[in-house]
Design a protein around this ligand. Structure first.
Ligand code: HEM
Length: 585
């Protein structure tokens, strides 16, 4: 499904949303022609009997199937095209946990229970397939660029992931980025203070997700490219503005080119704009990579190969020798795009619910204050002592799985699910949103109850949920590459909940030089000393430690009201989330 695949991770604010018809989330389009399921299923499916030779054949007809016209009506007329996750809820009530939908000749097997998801996921092969990402691939092919983790498949994907996973996937490796993230978060909070000071009431931010977008972009760029790109500065540097605009351009125009026939490409402006958007994204990445290469070269000339210290992720990838520069250039922009809407929306949802649940917010404040010493920012080791913080994020992702609908094509073999034997290339749709609100797994599923994740403190709750009830980062070898840094980023942000020592509004910049110590009396914005490499950076010290919930009680702005989720590939709020930041006494 190149249409949807092309939009993966998109900031679809700009979307022509009405055009996204009947496409089940991240479902792939690839291998459609091969998936001759109806005949094959009816020929091979069985119901379990007493032994291997005693299984009654089942036919595809036994899987419920909403009528095609009715499905279209619901999507287009009733507006479920933007709330596919809600339509899946209704379908589950009506049809049970497994049903079939069709788009043209393509059949999708929708799965909406944890045991069914488990059955498919556990049978995944070495090289799982999610999407064919055709539209993204077209750009790479045209420009002679390498495929990244989203666009590549098979053994090449596997090798790429082996290389990219390092310094990224393990929690202890992600911990290396704590100082970098704390630095960005410090600047973000200073920026937030400034916004508050400029607001009419002195405590109001009308659109939290917008600001979290810039935080997430700055953070992921710093981690991947080891460079600050100035998203939290005023004014934002020109090439960063151009980059942000090009991300918008690419996603916006990918919608048009997705739905318009190919022959319109030379007649209408959308295809060119789509390619231009991508080209700016890639040249932004190339510039940063070239700079790093130059840096490494200079270091080599100065001190020789044994003396050069690996600084960060990009440096590691470039010097490790597992990936060529060409491959690094193809991969990093894909990581970058995956790392922005995901964390920014989750942080928005988390603050939304904390603002609606002051007692949970107070408990979180208490937890953090008990762990983080006054005047310091949280360190990686502190997070291990903050179970409620983690539970808040788990609960947020349970209610709003960023990817509400994911998919897998099992390409290598037949697969038995629920008593049916499906042939190769069957397309399975994982209805994650539905599953993570299953009342059998999560009692009172629509309410925000982080304590449900804390077994010891809540002996009355079932505690141990089904392991596939909420899998917001996916599963298996193809699961989210950025999970650990996403978690770290969100935990570090939310754990900035201690009241700033200096009280009142904090000055700009970060206070601790990335080492957790506040240096009072210093002024000026943090500055990385470029020549020293990323981990050995020196920052000019700051004034005070800007904080979030430590300093403020977060309340919902009255104009916000009830917020619902909209499935624009990633699950986003259906309106601006306005918040008030009230000074704690
Ligand atoms: C709240 C934050 C995030 C959530 C909930 C999330 C969720 C997901 C999910 C559900 C998938 C698909 C997994 C599957 O099919 O099994 C995925 C894939 C991916 N994510 Fe994330 N993600 C987040 C943040 C990030 C960040 C910060 C990065 C940046 C490095 C990132 C990079 C990727 C990449 C590269 C893939 C594709 C992996 C592959 O196909 O091999 N994600 N993510």
């Amino acid at each position: 499904m190149d249409r949807v695949a092309a939009l993966r991770g998109a900031r679809l604010r700009w979307a022509l949303l009405g055009t996204r018809v009947a496409l089940p989330g991240l479902c792939p389009r690839g291998a459609r022609a091969k998936a001759a399921i109806p005949a094959a299923v009816s020929a091979t499916a069985e119901t379990p009997g007493n032994g291997p030779g005693d299984r009654r054949l089942r036919t595809l007809d036994e899987i419920p199937q909403p009528g095609g016209l009715r499905n279209l009506f619901q999507l287009l007329v009733q507006g479920y095209v933007l709330r596919l996750h809600e339509l899946q809820m209704l379908y589950k009530v009506k049809y049970g946990p497994m049903w079939v939908t069709r788009l043209g000749s393509q059949m999708y097997v929708n799965l909406a229970s944890a045991p069914l998801l488990e059955q498919v996921m556990r049978q995944e092969s070495k090289y799982p397939v999610r999407n064919d990402m055709k539209l993204w691939k077209e750009h790479r092919d045209q420009q002679g660029l390498a495929y990244g983790p989203f666009t590549t498949e098979g053994q090449h994907w596997y090798q790429l992931r082996q290389a990219l996973n390092q310094r990224m996937l393990k929690p202890t490796e992600a911990a290396l980025y704590t100082d970098a993230l704390n630095e960005v978060i410090g600047d973000f909070l200073a920026h937030l203070n400034q916004l508050l000071a400029e607001s009419a009431s002195g405590d109001h931010v009308p659109d939290m997700a917008h600001h979290f977008y810039y935080l997430a972009l700055e953070a992921i760029c710093y981690i991947l490219f080891e460079k600050r790109i100035g998203c939290l500065e005023h004014p934002i540097p020109q090439d960063t503005v151009a980059f942000v605009r090009s991300v918008g351009l690419m996603f916006q125009n990918s919608l048009y080119v997705t739905f318009l026939p190919k022959w319109t490409r030379s007649l209408l402006p959308f295809w060119k704009r789509y390619l231009d958007g991508w080209n700016t994204i890639f040249s932004f990445g190339k510039k940063l990579i070239d700079q790093k290469l130059k840096e490494i070269e200079t270091q080599l000339q100065k001190s020789g190969p044994d003396e050069v210290q690996i600084s960060g992720y990009l440096h590691f990838l470039l010097t490790r020798g597992q990936l060529s520069v060409h491959e690094v250039m193809g991969s990093l922009p894909e990581l970058l795009l995956a790392g922005v809407d995901t964390t920014s929306n989750t942080m928005t949802w988390a603050l939304y619910h904390l603002s609606k649940n002051p007692e949970i917010q107070a408990a979180l404040h208490k937890e953090v204050v008990a762990v983080v010493p006054p005047g310091q920012v949280p360190k990686y080791k502190d997070l291990a002592h903050m179970p409620l913080l983690k539970a808040v994020l788990k609960e947020t992702l349970r209610l709003y799985p960023v990817v509400p609908t994911n998919s897998r094509v099992i390409t290598e073999k037949e697969i038995e699910v629920n008593g049916f034997l499906f042939p190769k290339n069957t397309q399975f749709v994982f209805c994650h949103y539905v599953v993570s609100r299953d009342p059998d797994i999560f009692p009172e599923p629509d309410s925000f109850q982080p304590y449900r994740w804390l077994r010891k403190s809540q002996p009355a709750t079932p505690g141990v949920q089904h392991p596939f009830g909420s899998v917001p980062f996916g599963y298996g070898v193809r699961a989210c590459l950025g999970r650990r840094i996403a978690e770290l980023e969100m935990q570090l942000l939310l754990s900035r909940v201690r009241r700033g020592e200096a009280g009142g509004l904090c000055g700009p910049g970060r206070a601790d030089g990335g080492h957790g110590e506040e240096r009072k009396g210093d002024t000026g914005r943090g500055r990385v000393e470029e020549s020293r490499g990323w981990r050995s950076q020196i920052l000019t010290p700051m004034r005070v430690t800007p904080q979030l919930i430590q300093q403020y009680e977060v309340a919902l702005a009255p104009e916000t009201g009830e917020v619902r989720s909209v499935a624009r590939i990633v699950l986003v709020p259906n309106k601006k989330v306005g918040l008030r930041f009230l000074q704690r006494q």
